[in-house]
Ligand binder design. Structure first.
Ligand SMILES: NC(=O)C1=CN([C@@H]2O[C@H](COP(=O)(O)OP(=O)(O)OC[C@H]3O[C@@H](n4cnc5c(N)ncnc54)[C@H](O)[C@@H]3O)[C@@H](O)[C@H]2O)C=CC1
Ligand SMILES: O=c1[nH]c(=O)c2[nH+]cn([C@@H]3O[C@H](COP(=O)(O)O)[C@@H](O)[C@H]3O)c2[nH]1
Ligand SMILES: [K+]
Length: 532
């Protein structure tokens, strides 16, 4: 049945067509411009970043909860949330990586570690099981009450497993609880004299489910339940307090076969990084990020090829790149994903020091459009300051965003909080800052030993970011913020976003400097900005 159509007096076509925008309106700029108009037909040769660009609203015919932001990190890895934490030594170690993966994103462990230590971080993520403490602090029978008091003061723990060698994986010989030590006046007394010995302990066997463990704890009314293997060696500990606050993580990023959390790790492009990669693969890493500011180098092409030839199941993210001319070499070498961004991070001084880089919205749009032809997802790395920036990156073709400063102030980031002028802060530094280089990345910036060339040229700074609390609330805030943005733009999923982007159905505009000011908070004497 065809709709009845005839021309009305004012020139409109009656029927369905009346309710569609005519070509003239569409092409006039009245509904904004296509991404190609902004970035490709670009007579002024200007590059743009997130704040320059604003999205036009779309039509909402779905609820917020229907917005699906699941995505691809690489050709072979899908995750529920498009959030990745940066491989930086003030951002991603095992705690951050565990929390990111539990919530549906992924963390990339930095490489400012010895090979062994970086592999150990990967193992900690892989061994993690929700509700199980897989690296409990232990003591040995010869340790003293004073050792327990020290641990309690430092970590707040009271129930400490005692193993024959004083570490996890040793034979379980007892447990010391706060009640065992609280009335002991002689702090030199050995724990073997006061601990509850193995014969009197209720334990669970390796493989126990959380539900079963919970039942045992209820029955025994104890605070801690050791988990042992067939040789009676301690393999985990379950704490009643953890069970009480136990969360479900339906979005967790897991390896579909092993059911372990997904984790990535960074390596460099030096010859020794091949050994590092081998150790990381041995530890179970799912994806390796080849970490360099300018990824289009022979060094990187060779290591990407090597990784893809040597480790069959490994996914490799190469970069960083900001142009298709760089991207093509890495895609050809076998990259499963590309990291985009040069000199645009909050702590980056690369554009200032090296005069090379690109504004991030332009970089993301161009590389994503090109890489899509090869089915290679891209990761918009750096320069993200708000949920709006995330939505813009995803709307310009990125599959995920990588964040440093956004996550460095959370509880899960490495380092302790400190106060400055009454504000609670955490340290955050560039991996090319003098401070980070002197910890480990130094050899990247020193050309020759003992020569006049051996001068370090920093490409990053060291600073601090404000306390953000725990990722347990911050990631849901980011998720919901992005969902709102996508709903306002009238898109229901990230794949639909990209389809509309390339079909010229997503519309944008460039904001003048005054418009950018207008888009922020203005004209107030004072205000408080609470995020959620
Ligand atoms: N995304 C960005 O804009 C930037 C990021 N960073 C971060 O700082 C850290 C260091 O980055 P980069 O300075 O790019 O490190 P890099 O290790 O890639 O490069 C440092 C220097 O070592 C050289 N080099 C690398 N592999 C080599 C090999 N096999 N043989 C001889 N020379 C070799 C490079 O050409 C370069 O001159 C990384 O974590 C990176 O993510 C640093 C600057 C900018
Ligand atoms: O020019 C740079 N010098 C550095 O020292 C440096 N360290 C990290 N990075 C890059 O910045 C990203 C994080 O940026 P954001 O804090 O803006 O999220 C990271 O993900 C990196 O891509 C650096 N860039
Ligand atoms: K910068």
């Amino acid at each position: 049945m065809s709709a009845k159509k005839h021309k009305t007096a004012n020139g409109h076509t009656d029927g369905d067509a009346l309710w569609e925008l005519d070509e003239e309106t569409l092409n006039s700029g009245a509904v904004g411009f296509t991404a190609s108009q902004l970035f490709i037909k670009n007579p002024a040769c200007v590059a743009y970043t997130y704040d320059d660009v604003i999205m036009m609203p779309g039509h909402i015919n779905f609820g917020l909860n229907e917005v699906d932001i699941s995505t691809k990190l690489t050709k072979g890895i899908s995750i529920k949330l498009p959030f990745v934490s940066s491989p930086m030594d003030t951002v991603t170690e095992n705690k951050m990586a565990i929390s990111m993966a539990l919530q549906g994103g992924i963390g990339i462990i930095h490489s400012n570690f010895s090979i062994e230590d970086q592999a150990a971080e990967v193992r900690k993520v892989k061994r993690y099981e929700n509700g199980f403490i897989t690296d409990p602090i232990c003591l040995c029978p010869n340790s003293t009450v004073s050792d327990v008091m020290e641990l309690k003061a430092k970590h707040g723990y009271s129930g400490i497993p005692i193993t024959d060698c004083g570490t996890m994986n040793g034979k379980l010989v007892g447990i010391v609880s706060s009640r065992d030590v609280s009335f002991v006046t002689d702090r030199g007394i050995k724990l073997s004299e006061i601990m509850t010995p193995r014969e009197k302990l209720s334990v669970a066997k390796q493989g126990v489910s959380l539900h079963e463990a919970n039942e045992i704890l209820k029955e025994t009314k104890k605070g801690k339940l050791p988990v042992v293997n067939d040789n009676d060696e301690l393999v985990a500990l379950i704490a009643r307090t953890d069970l009480l606050k136990n969360h479900e993580y339906p979005n967790a990023s897991k390896n579909p076969v092993s059911k372990q959390l997904l984790v990535g790790a960074a390596i460099g492009t030096r010859p020794e990084d091949r050994d590092r990669a081998a150790a990381l693969v041995e530890a179970g890493v799912d994806v390796i990020v080849v970490d360099s500011s300018q990824g289009d180098s022979l060094y990187q092409i060779e290591i990407v090829k090597h990784l893809k030839e040597t480790h069959e199941k490994l996914q490799v993210i190469a970069g960083n790149v900001v142009t298709p001319s760089q991207a093509i070499h890495l895609i050809q070498a076998g990259a499963d994903g590309l990291r985009v961004g040069m000199g645009i991070g909050s702590i980056c001084t690369t554009q200032e020091v090296c005069a090379v880089g690109r504004a991030q919205a332009s970089a993301v749009f161009h590389v994503a459009k090109f890489a899509r032809k090869y089915g290679v997802p891209i990761l918009a790395d750096g320069g993200i300051k708000s949920t709006g920036h995330i939505t813009k990156a995803l709307s310009l073709g990125a599959s995920c965003v990588m964040m440093g400063s956004m996550l460095a102030g959370t509880d899960e980031a490495p380092g302790e909080y400190f106060y400055q002028d009454g504000v609670r802060l955490k340290r955050y530094r560039g991996m090319g800052s003098v401070e980070a280089m002197s910890k480990g990345s130094e050899k990247r910036y020193v050309w020759e030993n003992n020569s006049a060339h051996s001068i370090k040229v920093a490409q990053g700074v060291s600073g601090a970011v404000q306390d953000k609390g725990t990722l347990e609330t911050y990631i849901p805030y980011l998720t919901q913020g992005v969902r709102h943005g996508m709903q306002d733009a009238g898109v229901k999923s990230l794949e639909e976003t990209r389809e509309k982007l390339y079909a010229d159905k997503l519309r944008f505009e460039i904001r003048s400097p005054a418009a950018q000011k207008e888009g922020g908070v203005h004209g107030l004497h004072s205000y408080q900005k609470r995020l959620y």
